[in-house]
Ligand binder design. Structure first.
Ligand SMILES: *[C@@H]1O[C@H](CO)[C@@H](O)[C@H](O)[C@H]1NC(C)=O
Ligand SMILES: *[C@@H]1O[C@H](CO)[C@@H](O)[C@H](O)[C@H]1NC(C)=O
Ligand SMILES: *[C@@H]1O[C@H](CO)[C@@H](O)[C@H](O)[C@H]1NC(C)=O
Ligand SMILES: *[C@@H]1O[C@H](CO)[C@@H](O)[C@H](O)[C@H]1NC(C)=O
Ligand SMILES: *[C@@H]1O[C@H](CO)[C@@H](O)[C@H](O)[C@H]1NC(C)=O
Ligand SMILES: *[C@@H]1O[C@H](CO)[C@@H](O)[C@H](O)[C@H]1NC(C)=O
Ligand SMILES: *[C@@H]1O[C@H](CO)[C@@H](O)[C@H](O)[C@H]1NC(C)=O
Ligand SMILES: *[C@@H]1O[C@H](CO)[C@@H](O)[C@H](O)[C@H]1NC(C)=O
Ligand SMILES: *[C@@H]1O[C@H](CO)[C@@H](O)[C@H](O)[C@H]1NC(C)=O
Ligand SMILES: *[C@@H]1O[C@H](CO)[C@@H](O)[C@H](O)[C@H]1NC(C)=O
Ligand SMILES: *[C@@H]1O[C@H](CO)[C@@H](O)[C@H](O)[C@H]1NC(C)=O
Ligand SMILES: *[C@@H]1O[C@H](CO)[C@@H](O)[C@H](O)[C@H]1NC(C)=O
Length: 524
C-alpha cells in the first residue's frame, strides 16, 4: 500500500492544475429532474447551481418545450445568482430563457434585471405570452460563470426558466480581433434563410439556434444536398444551415436585409453573413453579387462557392436604424444574389471586467463560511455597479463597507484581514462572541468600526485603541473590558501564540506578587 500516497499526490497535483473543461450545460430552472429532450440535449435541475429561490410550475396549457414547465422565483434579497464552475477559460455562449406562464395566477409578468459575471446584461420585461430569450457570447478569464437576476422594483419578483452554457472554440467570433476578449457580444438575430425549421443541436454542435426567417420579403427559398464539412469558416456555420438559402426573385433584383434595429438604436455591431451555393451551377450559369451598405459597395463582386462557404462580416461599426445592407447582382451574373445565414450581435458598451478583487472575495468567503446566514449570497459582490450584495458597499472592484448590523450573526469573527479597502464596518446588534480580533486595527483604511450590542469579551486590541481617526463603538458588550484600569488580566491578542501568552501570564503573576509584597512590607 506504500504507493497509495504517491498516487494521491499525483492525482492532487493534476486536480490542482484545473478541472476546467469545455462545457455543455443545460439547466431547467425550478426542476429537479434530469432528462433528454427531443433534440438529444440532456437537461438537469438547478439544485446544484443556486442556493435561493422557490420552484414553481407555469399554467399547464402552453405549447412550448417541457423545459418551460417550471421556473425559479426569487424573493427577499435583491441579487440572486446561478454559479457554474470548472468552465474552461475562453469563449462561451450563455443563454437564458424567461417564460412567466402566469405561474402565480396574477397575470402580471414582472420586470427585472439580468446580469452575467460582473456585467449588466439586460432589462427583462417579458409582458408577452411567449418565452423570451437572451444570449451573450464572451471570453471568460475565470473558470466560473455566474448568471444573476436582480430585483428592479419592490414586489416584481425576478424569475428564470432556463440557463444554458456552451463552450465555443477559441477561434470563433474573432472578427473583432483583440476586442473580442474585451467586449461581450449580445446576440440580436441568428437566421437560417430558407430553412423550414430552427436548426440547433445536434446539427450545430455548439447548439446555436438558427431561426427560420419570415422577414425576407419576396425572396425565394432554395435548398440542396451539398456535401459540406463542418468548420469551413472561422465561425463554424453548421452544414445544415448552408444547405438552404434564399435568392432574390429575379436576376437583377437585390436582397435587402432587415436588421430590425429600433429607431433609437445606435451601437457598435458585429454582423456575419454566410454564403454557399446550394446546387452545382450549370455551365451557362453565373452568380456574382456585391455587398452594399447604404447604396455604397463594401465588397467586390463574389460568387458563393459550392460545397464550401464564404463568410463576410462587418465589425466595430456603429449603426443606426437608418443604415441598410443589401446584396446587389453584378452586370454579368445570370443568377440573382443568394444568402444562407446571418448573425447580428451588438457589442456591450463597457469592457468586460475581472470582477471584485480576489482579496475581497476571499474575505467575504470567510465571513460566509463563519455565518451561514450569509451563504445565500453569490455572484460578484460588487459588480456591476449598483448591483452589489445588499450588505456590502463598494468603490469599483473593492469592498469598502460591511453593513452587517442586526443580521443575527453569532459566534466569533473570522479573519477577513485581506479586505484592506474597508473603511466602514458595522457589526452591531448581533451575537458575536470572543475577542475582538487584532487585525481590525490593522486595516489601513478603517475609519468606522461599530461593534455595539454583541457579546465580545477580553480587551480591545491596542491596534484599535491606538488607531488614529478611528470611530470605534463598543458599548453594549457587557463582558468586554473597555478601560485599562478596570480590566482583569485577560489573554490579549489572538495573534499571540500560546507559548508566548503563557509566558506573559507568568510574568504578570510574578510582577503582581512583587508589588503586593512591597505593599505588605510597607504596611508592616
Ligand atoms: C423569504 O421570504 C419568504 C416569503 O416572504 C419567507 O417565508 C422566508 O422566510 C424569507 N427567507 C428569508 C431567508 O428571509
Ligand atoms: C413592461 O413592458 C410593458 C409593455 O411593453 C409596459 O407596459 C410596462 O410598463 C413595462 N414594465 C416595466 C416595469 O417597465
Ligand atoms: C422545406 O419544405 C419544402 C416543402 O415541404 C421542401 O420542398 C424543402 O426542401 C424544405 N427545405 C429544406 C431545407 O428542408
Ligand atoms: C413586405 O414588403 C411589403 C412592401 O414593401 C411590406 O408592406 C410588408 O410589410 C413586408 N412584409 C414583411 C413580412 O416584411
Ligand atoms: C430586370 O430584368 C427584367 C428582365 O429580366 C427587366 O424586364 C426589368 O426591367 C429589369 N429591372 C431592372 C430594375 O433593371
Ligand atoms: C442554362 O442551360 C440550361 C440547359 O442546359 C437551361 O435549362 C437553363 O435555363 C440555362 N440557364 C440560363 C440562366 O440561361
Ligand atoms: C473552401 O475554400 C477555402 C478558401 O478558398 C479553401 O482553402 C478550402 O480548402 C475549401 N474547402 C473545401 C472543403 O473545399
Ligand atoms: C474600433 O473602432 C474604434 C473607433 O473607430 C477604434 O479606435 C478601434 O481601434 C477599433 N477596434 C478594432 C478592433 O478595429
Ligand atoms: C435617421 O434618418 C432620419 C430622417 O432622415 C433622421 O431624422 C434621423 O436623425 C436619422 N437617425 C440617425 C440615428 O441617424
Ligand atoms: C463578372 O464580373 C466580375 C467583376 O464585376 C468579375 O470578377 C468576374 O470574373 C466576371 N465573371 C465572368 C464569368 O465574366
Ligand atoms: C483582467 O485580467 C486579465 C488577466 O489577468 C488582464 O489581462 C486584463 O487587463 C484584466 N482586465 C481588466 C478590465 O482589469
Ligand atoms: C470569551 O468568549 C469565548 C467564546 O465565547 C470563550 O471561549 C472565552 O473563554 C471567553 N474569554 C474570557 C476571558 O471570558
Amino acid at each position: 500500500m506504500a504507493y497509495l500516497p504517491l498516487i494521491s499526490c499525483v492525482l492532487l497535483a493534476l486536480c490542482s492544475l484545473s478541472l476546467a473543461a469545455n462545457v455543455f450545460i443545460s439547466i431547467d430552472c425550478g426542476s429537479s429532474a434530469t432528462y433528454k429532450d427531443e433534440n438529444g440535449i440532456v437537461w438537469s435541475g438547478d439544485d446544484d447551481y443556486v442556493n435561493t429561490g422557490e420552484s414553481h410550475s407555469v399554467q399547464p396549457s402552453h405549447s412550448y418545450n417541457h423545459v418551460m414547465d417550471t421556473l425559479r422565483v426569487f424573493r427577499n434579497q435583491s441579487k440572486h445568482c446561478y454559479n457554474i464552475n470548472s468552465v474552461k477559460q475562453g469563449r462561451v455562449l450563455v443563454r437564458t430563457t424567461f417564460f412567466y406562464g402566469n405561474y402565480d395566477g396574477k397575470n402580471s409578468p414582472p420586470a427585472f434585471d439580468l446580469l452575467f459575471d460582473g456585467y449588466y446584461w439586460a432589462y427583462v420585461n417579458n409582458s408577452g405570452p411567449q418565452p423570451s430569450r437572451y444570449e451573450v457570447i464572451y471570453t471568460t478569464t475565470k473558470e466560473s460563470i455566474s448568471v444573476c437576476v436582480s430585483q428592479y422594483e419592490a414586489g416584481q419578483l425576478p424569475y428564470i426558466s432556463a440557463l444554458e452554457v456552451r463552450s465555443l472554440d477559441s477561434n470563433m467570433y474573432n472578427g473583432l480581433g483583440d476586442d473580442m476578449d474585451i467586449y461581450p457580444l449580445f446576440t440580436r438575430r441568428r437566421l437560417a434563410f430558407g430553412a423550414n425549421a430552427t436548426i440547433r443541436f445536434s446539427a450545430d454542435p455548439y447548439d446555436r439556434q438558427w431561426i427560420t426567417d419570415s422577414t425576407m420579403n419576396g425572396t425565394i427559398q432554395v435548398s440542396g444536398n451539398a456535401k459540406l464539412e463542418s468548420g469551413l469558416t472561422t465561425d463554424y456555420p453548421p452544414p445544415a444551415v448552408l444547405r438552404s438559402a434564399v435568392t432574390a426573385p429575379t436576376r437583377n433584383s437585390t436582397i435587402q436585409f432587415n436588421l430590425a434595429l429600433s429607431t433609437k438604436f445606435t451601437s457598435s455591431v458585429y454582423i456575419n453573413w454566410y454564403f454557399s451555393e446550394v446546387a452545382r451551377l450549370g455551365p451557362n450559369e453565373t452568380r456574382y453579387f456585391s455587398f452594399y451598405k447604404d447604396n455604397q459597395p463594401l465588397s467586390k463582386p463574389f460568387s458563393p462557392p459550392y460545397e464550401n462557404c464564404t463568410q463576410k462580416y462587418i465589425s466595430n461599426m456603429t449603426l443606426s436604424a437608418n443604415n441598410s445592407f443589401s446584396l446587389v447582382p453584378a452586370e454579368n451574373s445570370t443568377l440573382p444574389p443568394l444568402v444562407n445565414a446571418m448573425e447580428v450581435f451588438i457589442l456591450g458598451d463597457l469592457p468586460l471586467n475581472n470582477g471584485t478583487q480576489t482579496e475581497d472575495v476571499e474575505g467575504l468567503a470567510s465571513l460566509q463560511e463563519a455565518f451561514h446566514l450569509l451563504k445565500n449570497w453569490s455572484g460578484d459582490p460588487c459588480l456591476p455597479k449598483f448591483y452589489n450584495w445588499d450588505w456590502v458597499k463598494c468603490d469599483g472592484d473593492r469592498v469598502t463597507t460591511l453593513l452587517l448590523g442586526g443580521f443575527g450573526l453569532s459566534g466569533p469573527l473570522p479573519d477577513f484581514s485581506s479586505m484592506t479597502a474597508l473603511h466602514t464596518i458595522n457589526l452591531s446588534n448581533n451575537s458575536l462572541r470572543g475577542n475582538i480580533p487584532e487585525f481590525l486595527g490593522l486595516l489601513p483604511n478603517l475609519q468606522i468600526l461599530n461593534l455595539e450590542n454583541n457579546h465580545f469579551n477580553g480587551t480591545i486590541p491596542t491596534s484599535l485603541s491606538t488607531k488614529k481617526d478611528l470611530i470605534l463603538r463598543v458599548s453594549g458588550n457587557p463582558e468586554l473590558c473597555t478601560s485599562n484600569s478596570s480590566c482583569p488580566n485577560l489573554a490579549a491578542s489572538p495573534k499571540a501564540n500560546s507559548s508566548f501568552m503563557k509566558r506573559k501570564n507568568i510574568l504578570e503573576m510574578v510582577f503582581t506578587t512583587i508589588v503586593s509584597s512591597i505593599i505588605a512590607l510597607q504596611l508592616s
